[in-house]
Design a protein around this ligand. Structure first.
Ligand SMILES: Cc1cc2nc3c(=O)[nH]c(=O)nc-3n(C[C@H](O)[C@H](O)[C@H](O)COP(=O)(O)O)c2cc1C
Length: 528
């Protein structure tokens, strides 16, 4: 009998892109039959949220020390703003007759498998229950009305994934991208909450089954193959209240009145990807007793950004092309970006597990740095292990006193970076691009669901990089397409101890002048 860990490892290996062949995906894509990006539940009571687009005072740089940001009152407007800044629309793009929405959280292929839910109890501004957020309409669909009320004021945010929405385009590898997107969404939630002065607590102990029960994902309200899978549940912890009574909350859900059926996402299910169902089961999370992982905050390089947090959050985009002739980016900005992804910053305070992701960086155009390969181990204990596992001729010279940044190799890595990232020029025309390398084998061996957690950590790092790039007046792009084992070969990894799970690139964007940009919520302009 094959174990759950083996199922996860098999999935990981068979979904590697290789120079000679890509992971298995659809042979043809019917663009006319794209799954609906916006899930809706018919038959629910709709709660319209106050008009989107409100500004908040805190600066982006101020989010480094969120405890100094006065907490906004818990009300419908601010709860709506939290949802908008985390998961709402940021713009529409138009090219000829085609029009598509962008959101504050990025998504591989802009397919947006992540769905967001709000659970409210004991708040006078909204009836207690479970709500699904419809980012297109900036509204909530009430899925469950609690008949028992919990006394303490409570706001939870739940995240789930519609794997099929992503698999429609990417086939078997899609499950990985769904996990990345969850990590990005978690990061987006953290920044949105911090701008409101609200800490976020990731409820890491919860099992997937209980998250599914809470969000109603275990109900018979979904079309076959369009199911949502539970991912993460967070508490918006404005009052530093007592531990959450999971049992009482689940009783509210069980005795509550549910309504609504998920509308079909419409596309024709031409291809089936059973390995995604298999890995979803093998990597499902049981209830766990998570050790508290916390490190004292250290702030090494201050952000020089003078924009507000809301501006940066709403202007975040992926660059589709970079200016390969850009002058080198300022070293101070580069160091700031790297410092921002260390697990000792405020952005990672919601993260409940020991850090397992390290960066290997192809520096192309950074002031004062020799082009080449560098490493940023994100915790000290990993340095020796990484050094032992990588090529013997890497020199591992620490080049900054303030940062764990090591020089490995000097030389022009543009072509290598491009080839490794599925031949995409965004990996070579940038200031730098990087691979996120996970402490993989041992982590998965502890529990197979940690496979997802590693991708979530990559997504969270990616979200920090996206926003830091905007703050430095440049732009980033997540890269899910790369040749896994070719990356390992270049770095010298010979086994599954370390695996690269995500790539990212940052540089000076070139705008595509053919695309028109339209405001995010003009279609709702009649809302008061
Ligand atoms: C997990 C992930 C993987 C991605 N992979 C690629 C990629 O390989 N190449 C690329 O050009 N863009 C990639 N992107 C960028 C997405 O295409 C982009 O986020 C999406 O089109 C939405 O646009 P926006 O980020 O501007 O909102 C990726 C994004 C994410 C979150």
């Amino acid at each position: 009998m094959i174990t759950q860990t083996e199922t996860v490892l098999n999935y990981h290996n068979r979904t590697k892109h290789r120079l000679e062949r890509y992971a298995k995906g659809p042979e043809s894509i019917d663009w006319e039959d794209q799954p609906d990006q916006f899930r809706r539940f018919s038959g629910c009571e709709i709660v319209s949220l106050p008009k989107p687009g409100a500004e908040l005072e805190p600066s982006f740089a101020g989010l480094d020390n969120p405890e100094f940001i006065p907490a906004k009152p818990f009300n419908l407007a601010n709860t709506g703003l939290l949802l908008e800044l985390a998961f709402g629309l940021s713009a529409w793009k138009q090219f000829g007759p085609s029009r598509w929405a962008l959101r504050c959280n990025p998504s591989s292929g802009n397919l947006h498998p992540t769905e967001a839910y709000l659970i409210s109890a004991g708040n006078d501004f909204i009836k207690s229950g479970v709500y699904h957020y419809v980012s297109h309409d900036h509204s909530l669909e009430q899925r469950c009305r609690f008949s028992d009320n919990l006394q303490d004021s409570l706001i939870l945010i739940g995240l789930s994934s519609v794997h099929w929405r992503e698999a429609w385009k990417y086939g078997e590898r899609a499950y990985r991208y769904c996990q990345h997107d969850t990590g990005h969404a978690l990061g987006a939630l953290r920044y949105a909450a911090a701008a409101l002065g609200w800490p976020v607590e990731l409820l890491a102990e919860w099992s997937d089954d209980n998250i599914a029960r809470l969000l109603g994902l275990d109900r018979d309200d979904f079309k076959k193959q369009e199911h949502e899978f539970p991912d993460i549940i967070c508490r918006i912890n404005t009052h530093a209240n007592k531990p959450l009574d999971i049992k009482a909350l689940l009783e509210c859900v069980q005795s509550g009145i549910w309504s609504g059926k998920a509308d079909s996402l419409r596309a024709y299910h031409m291809y089936k990807w059973p390995v995604i169902d298999e890995v979803s089961i093998a990597a499902s999370k049981p209830e766990t007793d998570e050790p508290e992982w916390r490190k004292a905050r250290q702030q090494v390089f201050k952000s020089s950004c003078t924009k507000t947090a809301t501006e940066i959050i709403r202007q975040r985009r992926s660059a589709q092309q970079f200016d390969g002739k850009m002058p080198p980016m300022p070293q101070a900005d580069f160091y700031r970006m790297l410092a921002a992804v260390l697990p000792v910053t405020a952005a990672f305070e919601l993260w409940r597990w020991p850090p397992k992701i390290h960066l290997f960086i192809f520096v192309h155009r950074v002031e004062g740095l020799i082009p080449g390969l560098y490493a940023l181990p994100r915790h000290d204990d990993a340095v020796e292990k990484l050094q032992a596992a990588t090529l013997a001729d890497f020199d591992w010279q620490q080049i900054s006193e303030a940062l764990p940044l090591y020089h490995l190799y000097s030389g022009d890595c543009k072509q290598i970076a491009k080839t490794l990232s599925c031949h995409q020029p965004i990996a070579s025309d940038s200031a730098f691009s990087l691979g996120m390398v996970a402490e993989f084998g041992d982590t998965i061996a502890t529990a197979p669901w940690h496979y997802r957690r590693l991708f979530w950590e990559c997504g969270l790092i990616g979200q920090v990089l996206y926003l830091e790039a905007e703050a430095a007046d440049i732009r980033g792009t997540g890269i899910g397409c790369y040749f896994d084992d070719s990356v390992h070969e270049i770095l010298g990894f010979k086994d599954e101890q370390f695996q690269s799970l995500y790539h990212f690139t940052v540089g000076m964007p070139l705008e595509d002048k053919r695309l028109e940009t339209l405001p995010a919520y003009e279609h709702l302009k009649n809302i008061v």
